[in-house]
Design a protein around this ligand. Structure first.
Ligand SMILES: Nc1ncnc2c1ncn2[C@@H]1O[C@H](COP(=O)(O)OP(=O)(O)OP(=O)(O)O)[C@@H](O)[C@H]1O
Ligand SMILES: [Mg+2]
Length: 356
């Protein structure tokens, strides 16, 4: 439906820079999630795409055509705001019809469209109610219907599921993805829920302080995070990041020495070793560890252990904790699962691995 390009787009409010020189290229029909902590510029980016805010500099293009000066209502963008922003005095049907008011669609055709979209998001039996008479999840779906009714070229969803309970969230995730595929509409979903981003999106844009840290598939961001920020932001429970020093084929962590392999190790210097809790396991030999805490997490147990390379979190796929604090064991990990980052630039040193 639409290719979307952002080229060196910046938005500042006087001295405060909300979005700092971001460039993106979204494919037609792609579903992209924007993930990042509060205040990193996610909503601002959407508002610029919708035409609600003008960029301070840079270009926005839809299907190759610059839209910086195109008014919001002429961009054919559907948006679900962080707060649903339904009109309380209008019925559900009137709310859904609202975006069609500027279009010269005959009333009966507009209503047919609205009913069709209402069916798609499963609220066709609620059309005569007012927003105050709906549950949060139902209001959410009205907001979604209102965003979809114009058959937008671009669908912008700003934390559309943040007010829903866990069960409704799960079904709405699947529903949004289904509708998006059915309509083939290019979609940008803003969220700070990484599970939402990884389960729904073709690609994830990870933002930090107004900048893009990395763009890639959920697997890219998990397996090869370009920076320590991405490494720490993606994955739950979070990755262990250990201060270390690279010296040729050795990784020095306090008094402990691990073996380092891969091109680039000879540069040496301060690094961070990243080990995901799910990649650390008990073995016959390895790092001598003492359990200091165990937390049941449903299907898994999260342990904390003291080791010669510092305190480590590791996960075991057992619902009942098997090890009590004080228990002694050896821990290991596969070199291929380890991540080594240059401490100065925070960037991943591709191909450099650590071995127990
Ligand atoms: N109208 C404004 N005037 C001044 N600063 C603003 C304005 N709108 C947003 N900002 C600032 O710009 C930055 C980015 O805000 P934005 O709303 O895009 O964050 P966000 O990533 O959507 O955060 P959240 O996850 O909390 O919704 C923040 O530091 C915010 O305080
Ligand atoms: Mg926001």
């Amino acid at each position: 439906m639409a290719r979307v390009d952002l080229q060196n787009v910046t938005k500042d409010w006087g001295t405060a820079v909300a979005v700092d020189d971001i460039s993106l290229d979204l494919k037609d029909g792609e579903f992209v999630a924007v993930l990042g902590p509060s205040g990193c510029g996610k909503s601002t980016t959407l508002f610029m795409l919708a035409g609600i805010y003008a960029p301070s500099s840079g270009d926005i293009r839809f299907d190759g055509a610059r839209v910086n000066d195109v008014e919001a209502r002429d961009r054919n963008v559907g948006i679900v705001f962080q707060s649903y922003a339904l009109y309380p005095n209008m019925t559900v049907l009137q709310n859904i019809l609202f975006p069609l008011r500027f279009q010269k669609v005959p009333r009966t055709d507009a209503e047919r469209e609205a009913r069709e979209i209402a069916r798609l998001v499963q609220i066709e039996n609620l059309l005569d109610r007012r927003p105050g008479q709906l549950s949060g999840g139902q209001q959410q779906r009205v907001a979604l219907a209102r965003a979809l009714v114009k058959k937008p070229n671009l669908l912008l969803l700003d934390e559309p599921l943040s007010n829903l309970d866990a069960t409704l969230r799960l079904s709405m995730r699947a529903e949004i993805r289904r509708i998006q595929r059915e309509l083939g509409v290019t979609t940008i979903l803003v969220t700070h829920d990484q599970i939402e981003a990884t389960t729904m999106a073709d690609r994830i844009i990870c933002m930090n302080a107004g900048r893009v840290e990395q763009i890639g598939t959920p697997t890219d961001l998990y397996r090869a995070p370009e920076t320590t920020f991405v490494a720490a932001f993606i994955g739950s429970p979070p990755i262990n990041l250990i201060d270390a020093r690279l010296a040729g084929d050795t990784l020095e962590i306090g008094d402990k020495r691990l073996r380092a392999t891969g091109a680039g190790t000879e540069h040496g210097g301060p690094v961070k070793l990243g080990l995901r809790p799910e990649h650390i396991r008990e073995a016959a030999t390895g790092l001598a560890a003492t359990i200091t805490a165990s937390e049941p997490m449903g299907r898994e147990t999260l342990y904390t252990a003291d080791t010669p390379i510092g305190s480590l979190h590791f996960l075991e796929a057992t619902s009942m904790p098997r090890l009590a604090p004080g228990a002694k064991l050896s821990l290991t990990f596969d070199g291929a699962d380890s991540l080594v980052f240059d401490a100065a630039t925070t960037r991943l040193m591709h191909g450099v691995c650590a071995h127990v």
